[in-house]
Ligand binder design. Structure first.
Ligand SMILES: [Zn+2]
Length: 62
């Protein structure tokens, strides 16, 4: 058995971490999917915006 020979976290892989385009705070991929634009950008987060603004689409455009 060679089950220990598993490589984790290959270098150069796209990070799952994303940042808010507005304030630079880290946001989760799921957060971007829910509140961000289709291209994966998000222009607001819980640090710099309110949940209400985000739900109104505030994270989808600058
Ligand atoms: Zn932000």
């Amino acid at each position: 058995m060679d089950s220990l020979h598993i490589q984790k976290g290959a270098a150069g892989q796209h990070s799952h971490e994303r940042t808010c385009e507005n304030c630079g705070e880290y946001v989760t991929k799921q957060f971007v999917r829910v509140f961000g634009a289709n291209d994966g950008s998000v222009y607001g987060c819980m640090n710099c915006s309110t949940g209400r603004d985000l739900r109104d689409g505030g994270g989808k455009q600058p």
